[in-house]
Design a protein around this ligand. Structure first.
Ligand code: FPP
Length: 256
């Protein structure tokens, strides 16, 4: 085992993030470097998805959320969009059974009404098949946007107010949060973006409020156990304060 994997393994028990959220970026550049069409990068990206899911399941991580397709990605050339849709469909068909056997609970977050019926049915079927599993919670964000998520939650609360079931004065952060995607999971502890850009790009805007951010230049198809271990080791070395001072955090952890 190499040094990086070894040191992350040593940190495992105490400081493993419970929830990791990832923007998988760099597929197009990976392909370009090899004089291949962009879509070859997406195909290679599926391998990195598989490695990442296997690693998280093996380590006993509670939740992994992957940004597969943003609300804005429809703007890409039509050919690329249709290759991506085909890939989602094929991957769901090929991998769902295996995920189920490995006790993974899968869900798709985002507005899936924009997808073709066949893909929507596949998504529903994968969720149904894995709904009772209690291993890794794998969430795939597809036609997802953080602003969409906040808006859909707000719309549902507004409906409760309009129906007279809720008074505006009783509208709290907790009530809004309960209607957001992933409300039943711990908030992400660690956010990773591959591909070198340093932005959130309308991913989990609400849920990332206290998340530790980690950016790596590694392109998504090259992302592997070693890069993920590096990110986890970096996270494990950080002090999370949640509004407290550094001294308060130390006192609180000593008194536990
Ligand atoms: C970003 O790279 C990647 C995407 C928009 C698609 C992500 C899809 C996959 C990894 C494949 C399938 C996933 C699942 C869950 C089955 P980019 O195209 O923006 O890369 P660039 O910035 O180098 O152009």
């Amino acid at each position: 085992m190499n040094a990086v994997l070894g040191s992350a393994t040593a940190l495992d028990a105490e400081r493993l993030p419970r929830h990791i959220a990832i923007i998988m970026d760099g597929n197009g550049r990976w392909a370009k470097q090899r004089h291949l069409p962009r879509t070859a990068g997406h195909h290679a990206g599926v391998g990195a998805v598989r490695r990442t899911v296997e690693f998280c399941a093996k380590k006993g991580i509670t939740a992994l959320t992957l940004f597969a397709f943003s609300s804005e990605n429809w703007r890409r050339p039509q050919e690329e969009v249709s290759v991506l849709m085909g890939l989602f469909l094929a991957t769901l068909e090929k991998e769902t059974q295996k995920l189920h056997q490995n006790n993974v609970r899968m869900r798709i977050i985002g507005d899936r009404s924009a997808f073709v019926p066949e893909l929507q049915e596949r998504m529903d079927a994968a969720e149904r098949m894995t709904a009772d599993n209690n291993g890794l919670n794998l969430s795939i964000a597809a036609n997802y946007g953080g602003r969409w998520d906040i808006t859909q939650a707000a719309r549902r609360l507004a409906q409760e107010v309009a129906d007279g079931r809720l008074s505006p004065a009783d509208l709290t952060e907790q009530k809004l949060e309960a209607l957001m995607s992933l409300a039943d999971l711990p908030e992400p502890d660690l956010f990773i973006r591959t591909g070198g850009e340093q932005r959130i790009s309308n991913f989990l805007l609400w849920q990332l409020a206290y998340t530790e951010l980690y950016f790596t230049p590694v392109l998504w198809p090259d992302f592997d156990e070693q890069t993920l271990s590096q990110a986890i080791a970096d996270y494990a070395g950080r002090q999370r304060r949640f509004g407290y001072t550094g001294d308060q955090v130390l006192q609180r952890s000593e008194s536990r």
